[in-house]
Write a protein that binds this ligand. Sequence first.
Ligand code: HAM
Length: 427
Amino acid sequence: MVLNSPRGTADIFGNNIEYRDHIIRSAVKLFEVFNYSEIITPAFEHTEVFSRSIGTETDIVSREMYTFTDKKGRSLTLRPEGTAAVVRAVIENKMYAAGATLKLFYIGNMFRYERPQKGRMREFWQLGIEAFGSDNALLDAEVIWMLNLLFKELGFKNLALLVNSLGCNKCRQDFLAEFGKYLEPLAGRLCGDCKNRAEKNPMRIFDCKKEGCAEVLADSPKIISFLCGQCRDHFSRVLEYLEKLGINYKKDESLVRGFDYYTRTIFEIVSEDIKSAQNALGGGGRYDRLVKQFGGPDIPAVGFAVGIDRTMMLMGQLGIKPGGKVKKTRIYLICMEEKYQDYCLEVLKYFRDKNFICDINFSNRNLKSEIKQVGKNEYDFAVIIGEKEVKDRMVTIKDIVAFKQHSVKWDGEKDKILKIIGAGDNE
Ligand code: HAM
């Protein structure tokens, strides 16, 4: 029986590694410029870390968590997202300091029991940032700026940056009072889940993908109209900063995002080239109450996460190449008989010490089929070592691209060798 990987998971290799590395390298470079440092948290947490923060009525907590009981009867959950775990870590390790801003980034695999589709997986990778310690609108703008810049630098063009504000507790109470009145006569048209949500957490009705529920919401009041003076000011300032930075945005009054922890600014970046629901490349928002709710100090925070797999997939679909990587010279050493391996090892070590990508045949001694490997694996040079080469302490270098062959002495002619294989390209 052949075993497959579990549904909704994927192996990442070959070209995809190049895309993934490029995305991660571009992001980390950007994060460092904005003064973020890395944090690594465990892949699983106590279930409560997520259920208490994301919200029990959200899709993620109510049906998508990989929750299990360990051998001591503790309820643990594979992280469905990074924010709650980072908040837990910041409090536990007392990483905050009064008056200072703490800026963290992370890269990690996340797990959600979703219905797998193109761009929607059960194990996926995110890179994200979380900034703690300030409710300054400039910090919201900075975080959105980074999200926007990352995709620009990766080469994406048709992107829409959607922004909205969910206000504070007071705004939400005012909105929910009106929303409740609006829903009352229409409740019968909601799906079963949303009837339940209408009772327990009406905001979550905005997450429902069912057509009937979307129709009910079409004329509903929107939270943006219920913002208190301070929240309205905060949102206007965020938008002003974005304008100053030349960042195009679209106000989207229906944007709510699927987590209960958000307050004030929320945002999402979507690709307009893709029409499916999987067009969101990243999203985030402010969560000013979460640290306190976790038992920590009263510290505001804001952050975002980007889906690495989805970004890789869209780059492939849109023909965006992961450029920028300096190509290293690749050398393949063909050792014609096992008894020449001592000499080959000397040559192999030299090239590897010099930082060239260099490999050797470990078994097959057939020159023709080895040369085929060289072409298939995109090597630039083959270095052949047979009886004659060993006897005369020579190497035969085949330049695959220029179709040229050189016989060079190994001792005393290293400069010549480096000239042939283009020293300098390997740094
Ligand atoms: P999120 O919107 O749930 O936010 O996820 C961020 C990104 O992860 C999405 O835009 C998408 O690209 C990717 N993603 C989500 N689910 C999947 C999936 N099933 N398969 C593939 N990719 C997926 C968060 O996770 C928040 N923690 C963001 C945040 C950080 N808010 C504040 N700080």
